[in-house]
Design a protein around this ligand. Structure first.
Ligand SMILES: O=C(NCc1cccc(CNc2ccc3[nH]ncc3c2)c1)c1cc(-c2ccc(F)cc2)cc(O)c1O
Ligand SMILES: [Mg+2]
Length: 214
């Protein structure tokens, strides 16, 4: 039977990256996606912006919506302080299976909790299921039409505190117009657009960073 693109991406990691070395895992995925097969990872250019935001916040609790193959999960988790936790939600079981193996290859399984399911179902259960009070950082990278409803759900569930940061991928391509309109016009957020490019291409894209003002 034919392999899938995520399976081929995992093979590239297992072939070219060193176990326990997150940077080599990130590099192996970027090499594979730039020279072999494009895949929807946040990528190296936007990944550097992600790294700088994570390093600036130094978060104790992170929620990632949309794991895919675990590329951004590895980037974020490799920068977290000891005892910090990253919860990442993935709806597609095939993606989740590959991501678990990529995260394990990087040696980051102790910092990451990968949950299979839909954001709408799991966000309301974060406090009771995972003992989370609030998230210092939320990275949005799942279905683009879910960014806005999930942001409202996260607010309603009291999962943000003054200073919490939302970082959204793909606000230009594929685009999240309703989310951008809401977050940029809301008095509860201070937003900043980081212009970049769609992963591994010259097409414009960017990250929107929004600080919750409480
Ligand atoms: O669409 C995108 N990513 C999201 C996505 C996509 C498919 C499946 C899933 C299934 N995972 C999933 C779903 C629902 C969920 N709820 N809670 C968790 C959760 C997890 C997620 C995307 C597309 C492009 C892109 C494609 C083509 C093109 F030409 C230009 C650009 C670039 C990106 O960087 C992207 O991020
Ligand atoms: Mg994305």
């Amino acid at each position: 039977t034919q392999s899938t693109r995520p399976q081929r991406l995992l093979s590239a990691v297992q072939k070219n990256a060193t176990r326990g070395d997150p940077r080599s895992v990130v590099q192996a995925i970027d090499q594979f996606c730039r020279h072999k097969e494009w895949a929807m990872n946040v990528g190296d250019e936007k990944g550097c912006i992600l790294d700088s935001v994570v390093s600036e916040i130094n978060p104790a609790t992170v929620l990632e919506l949309g794991t895919y193959c675990g590329y951004s999960t590895v980037r974020i988790a490799s920068l977290l302080p000891p005892h910090a936790k990253l919860i990442t939600l993935e709806f597609n079981p095939n993606y989740a299976s590959i991501a678990r193996q990529v995260i394990a290859w990087a040696g980051l399984e102790d910092k990451v909790q990968l949950v299979e399911g839909a954001s709408g179902d799991w966000i309301p259960k974060m406090k009771e299921q995972f003992g989370v009070k609030t998230f210092d950082l939320v990275f949005l990278d799942h279905w683009k039409d879910r960014y806005l409803p999930d942001t409202k759900l996260i607010e309603e569930c009291g999962l943000l505190t003054k200073g919490s940061v939302l970082l959204a991928d793909n606000v230009i391509c594929p685009g999240t117009p309703d989310y951008l309109e809401y977050i940029r016009s809301s008095p509860q957020y201070e937003s900043q657009y980081f212009k970049s490019h769609l992963e591994y291409t010259k097409v414009e894209d960017g990250l929107e960073k929004s600080v919750f003002l409480g």
